[in-house]
Design a protein around this ligand. Structure first.
Ligand SMILES: *Cc1c(COP(=O)(O)O)cnc(C)c1O
Ligand code: SF4
Length: 369
């Protein structure tokens, strides 16, 4: 059972009138989290799609569905191939795991047992997060920068997520858990950057984030704070005044790495809130994941990159999928990925072309494809 679950809202059933659902105007981001849709069946009903063909309850049990109304409002009604829908709907394809080809047949030798166990482990932790832990919730893989798992919750559950099997229960979010990580950061002046990640750090309250950022700013060798977040994409009203307060107050340079995968994810609300964030002095970057039948064409990638640079968001990485159990149907061939990047290079300014990378456990950086 995956544990990237949206915080307090879990206990609250999503309630909405069918017609109200298409024009959501929640007053706060917390309210938006509470109103999120938590079942594929319900999502299909809202979009007038046949749930019995599209939804796998078994896949939902492995990793629950979680999609805020703000996100659903950007999907096309009646289109089972909608690229936003495909990122969140638990589909039967998740259960046909191509790389577990030997399923069903018992192993016959000790070697085979060991091999399968290794394959299984790497499918649960494909990017080697577990061995990179420096303390509960603090990961360091690369020189100079450490990553703090600030929260186990997200504002959306992306079916392709490489962290869908991460044991977030072992991480204690909040001030008590962070205090231990802060001690490690203070003691190591080879680190000049802290990455707040998760889950999604912006599912934490501004009161807590403001405390954390103040603590980080009190460590002289920390020069940059980077926030890896998908929340502004999913629930743009998260970029609220109380967030802008601690962002503007930071001594350390502030970077946000957003996560847009498709141009249809950018609506007017998103544009307006990102403009506020930029005016608060934040450098905005984007990382996308290359996903089959979502954004695996040069035309879509070009449109995405253009829309991003128009908003002064720089395309940073385009990730090749991490091979995680349940997400293999999103995989795109390296040759197709490279051809897409070549086309982007031939048609966009250099700064609008993301780096095509994949994460390989044990490497000193993300690896160019
Ligand atoms: C991806 C990642 C980073 C960030 O790498 P950059 O190349 O600096 O963007 C840092 N730490 C961990 C553990 C990561 O997985
Ligand atoms: S991709 Fe990001 S936002 Fe989506 S489930 Fe994974 S950690 Fe959460």
């Amino acid at each position: 059972m995956a544990t990237i679950l949206a915080g307090e809202g879990d206990a609250v059933e999503a309630t909405f009138a069918a017609e109200g659902a298409r024009q959501p105007t929640p007053p706060t981001w917390q309210q938006a989290m509470k109103r999120a849709v938590r079942s594929g069946r319900q999502l299909c009903e809202m979009l007038q799609l046949p749930a019995e063909e599209l939804v796998s309850l078994a896949a939902e049990q492995d990793f629950p569905v979680f999609a805020p109304l703000e996100w659903i409002a950007r999907m096309r009604v009646g289109d089972p191939h909608d690229p936003l829908l495909r990122q969140v709907l638990a589909s039967p394809e998740e259960l046909s795991v191509a790389t577990e080809a030997s399923q069903g047949k018992p192993p016959t030798t000790a070697d085979e047992v060991a091999m399968r166990r290794a394959a299984h482990t790497s499918m649960l932790d494909p990017v080697g997060d577990l061995p990179a832990q420096r303390g509960a919730g603090l990961l360091q893989k690369y020189r100079g920068r450490a990553l703090l798992i600030t929260s186990g919750a997200c504002a959306v559950h992306c079916r392709y997520c490489f962290r869908r099997h991460f044991p977030y229960d072992s991480v204690e979010p909040g001030k008590v858990g962070w205090a231990r990580s802060l001690e490690i950061l203070k003691a190591d002046d080879s680190l000049d950057e802290v990455i707040l990640s998760g889950g999604d750090p912006l599912t934490v309250t501004d009161e807590q984030l403001s405390w954390l950022v103040t603590e980080l700013n009190a460590i002289p060798h920390i020069r940059r704070i980077r926030i890896h977040t998908r929340v502004p994409v999913i629930i743009p009203q998260r970029i609220c005044d109380s967030l802008l307060d601690w962002v503007e107050a930071s001594r350390a340079a502030m970077y946000f790495v957003l996560h847009f995968n498709h141009p249809a994810e950018i609506d007017l609300q998103v544009q307006q809130r990102l403009t506020k964030l930029r005016r608060a002095g934040v450098t905005l970057l984007n990382q996308a994941v290359l996903l089959r039948h979502v954004n695996d064409s040069a035309a879509i990638q070009r449109e995405l990159c253009q829309a991003l640079v128009n908003l002064q968001v720089l395309p940073y990485y385009l990730h090749q999928l991490d091979l995680v159990r349940g997400a293999m149907h999103f995989e795109v061939d390296d040759t197709i990925a490279q051809a897409i990047i070549e086309e982007l290079r031939a048609s966009l300014p250099g700064y609008a072309v993301p780096k095509l990378v994949r994460e390989i456990a044990g490497e000193r950086s993300k690896t160019p494809v």
